[in-house]
Ligand binder design. Structure first.
Ligand SMILES: NC(=O)c1ccc[n+]([C@@H]2O[C@H](COP(=O)([O-])OP(=O)(O)OC[C@H]3O[C@@H](n4cnc5c(N)ncnc54)[C@H](OP(=O)(O)O)[C@@H]3O)[C@@H](O)[C@H]2O)c1
Length: 335
């Protein structure tokens, strides 16, 4: 089953020019899309840290250019050889290879294997699903690990690092909504009101976490953490975590290596739990998306979101490069 598909579509394209990477909005032949089973007319995408890496020519993310980034997409199926999907179905695609080496959600059309698709759950609009996007999904996976590990809302304080970022701000909002006492650690104290509106009880400068003595264990402060930046922050958070506390780890903004010691693990029973939303099992994705459409439906989506068009993306990508991004950037594709 299929719908009318134009010969060309509009997309943001990253390409190398005079030794540097630039992004521009261009027309692309639909026939250039990969020949996967399901073609989708993208209505919304969202901007992620990984999209900035792809747009800036990071070969660990994207091997070949010109290329259309966008690891997130939500839209309507226009053509399908996969019997699970029909033209007109509303669907979500996040991660796998989308926006890495498969043209991504910053274009009006994508072509993907059916196994990458999550049907839009009842209770969410396409727009809401992309305000959540990979950053919200990642935060929710982390929060679910904390909940499943048995950290109750009446426990002590929970820490969120990189708190104004896409993952961080969603984690602050979701944990607060679930009744946890959240401390937001940020480099942007001028965003204190934003973080408090999302529910943070306290906002502290991130240096307060990392400017600490080099002891194997520090005063126990956090019953759990959604740690989004990695490097020395991750080490410091582990050493400040309470007995039986949980630290979730998803990011490498501050570095992909970190040095720590065994004492928080063997003397305090701290658990370090990794998150990879990129290859999360489909059963886990469906469960988390369903939670986000029902019991955990975020009441703070309007607070964290700014809506932009493809033409605005180069400026928004630059803000990520400079660590200046706040909240979630929702990308609306042209009709
Ligand atoms: N594993 C996964 O499945 C997964 C999924 C999504 C994202 N990620 C990763 O998670 C990380 C965060 O992603 P995101 O989408 O939230 O990115 P983002 O929106 O760009 O936010 C990153 C935040 O990190 C903080 N930061 C920036 N530079 C820093 C520095 N030098 N030192 C300490 N903190 C700094 C800033 O927050 P403050 O100013 O508030 O401190 C910034 O807003 C990235 O590394 C991304 O690749 C992983």
């Amino acid at each position: 089953m299929s719908m009318d598909i134009p010969e060309r579509y509009t997309a943001l394209v990253a390409h190398e020019k005079d030794g540097r990477f630039v992004q521009s909005v261009e027309q692309i032949a639909t026939s250039d899309l990969p020949d996967h089973d399901v073609m989708i007319n993208v209505k919304y995408s969202s901007l992620n840290y990984k999209d900035a890496l792809s747009a800036n020519g990071n070969k660990d993310v994207t091997k070949s250019y010109p290329f259309t980034p966008g690891i997130d997409a939500a839209g309507i199926v226009v053509k399908s050889r996969d019997e699970r999907y029909r033209a007109g179905d509303k669907v979500i695609v996040t991660s796998y290879d989308l926006g890495m080496n498969t043209p991504g959600g910053f274009g009006q059309f994508i072509s993907v294997p059916g196994n990458w698709i999550v049907p839009l759950p009842n209770g969410l609009t396409l727009k809401e699903s992309m305000i959540i996007g990979t950053s919200g999904l990642t935060a929710a996976i982390g929060v679910e690990k904390i909940v499943k590990q048995g950290v109750p809302p009446y426990s002590g304080e929970l820490l969120v690092t990189g708190a104004t970022g896409g993952v961080g701000s969603f984690a602050v909002g979701l944990l607060s909504q679930l009744g946890y006492r959240v401390v937001a650690a940020t480099g942007k104290l001028d965003q204190t009101d934003f973080l408090k509106t999302l529910g943070a009880g306290k906002v502290i400068h991130r240096n307060q976490i990392t400017d600490v003595p080099n002891r194997p264990m520090l005063s126990a402060k956090w019953s759990a953490s959604v740690e989004t930046v990695g490097g020395e922050m991750l080490d410091a958070v582990i050493r400040q975590t309470e007995h039986n506390g949980v630290v979730t780890c998803c990011g490498n903004v501050l570095g992909h290596e970190f040095h720590t010691n065994v004492f928080p693990f063997i003397l305090r029973g701290v658990s370090l739990m990794g998150i990879d939303s990129g290859i999360a099992l489909m059963s886990d994705r469906l469960r988390i998306w369903n939670l986000l459409a029902t019991d955990w439906k975020p009441r703070f989506l309007e607070l964290i979101c700014r809506e932009v068009k493809l033409t605005n993306l180069p400026g928004e990508i630059e803000k990520i490069d400079n660590g200046k991004q706040v909240g979630t950037v929702l990308v609306s594709l042209p009709d």
